[in-house]
Write a protein of this length. Structure first.
Length: 246
């Protein structure tokens, strides 16, 4: 492990430092996810920043290690561009979470729309930077033939995975085939359409395990959701069991 970290630090100090920063931020966000009981779109408010901190830490560290496999120190500028883009994206995600707002696909206010536009740029930048690294490994062999082949295949997988972000940005939603915030069970046959779910009222609420779709979890929707067991409205700040309306 020490040798791997040494290669990553040598590969790009900026990416390595960013990975360390995200690793330090991860437990902080994990604590916030526990102590802050606010929810957003049906999930704890700090789960998204936590997931991004973990993923960006792994991404930056891996990219730095990959650059360290090249025979010559190249793509230093690309590494700094990735570091800056990832830092900006993470700042927007954490900042929006801190005020209880969505970071992705948020066009509710001019500021939120501007921040989402900035994130859209960072998505493109990160994909193009990963493509630049992949093309470099195609032109120049690394220090080890087997490692170089594995890196090339890994970069192809990474590019395909990152490209999914473009599809999600085009759809402007976290959910496929339903309104944003719905939870559709993959085990349920004959899941109702988005229009059907949207037409249900809170009086039809049942536990989520008995229904293939869930209520949107915006603050207004959560506040109007009634638990069949108690008949009382749940607070939008509480993370109780998810109730479905279908």
């Amino acid at each position: 492990m020490t040798a791997v970290l040494a290669v990553a630090r040598r590969g790009h100090r900026g990416l390595f430092a960013f990975a360390v920063a995200m690793a330090v931020l991860t437990p902080v966000l994990a604590v916030l996810a526990v102590v802050d009981d606010r929810v957003l779109l049906g999930a704890p408010l700090w789960f998204k920043p936590l997931k991004f901190a973990i993923s960006l830490a792994l991404y930056a560290a891996t990219l730095a290690w990959m650059l360290g496999q090249l025979r010559e120190r190249t793509l230093a500028r690309t590494g700094w561009i990735v570091t800056a883009a990832a830092a900006i994206e993470m700042a927007v995600i954490v900042g929006q979470a801190a005020v209880g707002n969505r970071s992705h696909y948020n066009m509710d206010t001019p500021l939120s729309a501007a921040l989402w536009s900035v994130m859209g740029v960072t998505i493109v930048v990160l994909w193009l930077a990963t493509l630049a690294v992949a093309l470099r490994f195609l032109r120049e062999p690394g220090r080890d033939r087997a490692a170089t082949t594995a890196i090339r295949l890994g970069l192809v997988v990474a590019l395909i995975g990152l490209a999914e972000g473009f599809l999600m940005a085009t759809a402007a939603t976290h959910t496929v085939g339903a309104p944003d915030g719905y939870r559709v069970s993959p085990c349920s046959a004959g899941a109702p359409s988005a229009a059907t779910c949207a037409s249900r009222t809170s009086s039809a609420c049942t536990p989520s395990r008995a229904s293939p779709c869930s209520l949107p979890r915006s603050p207004s929707d959560i506040a109007s959701t009634r638990s069949p067991a108690s008949g009382s409205c749940r607070s939008p700040r509480r993370r109780g069991p998810a109730w479905s309306c279908c």
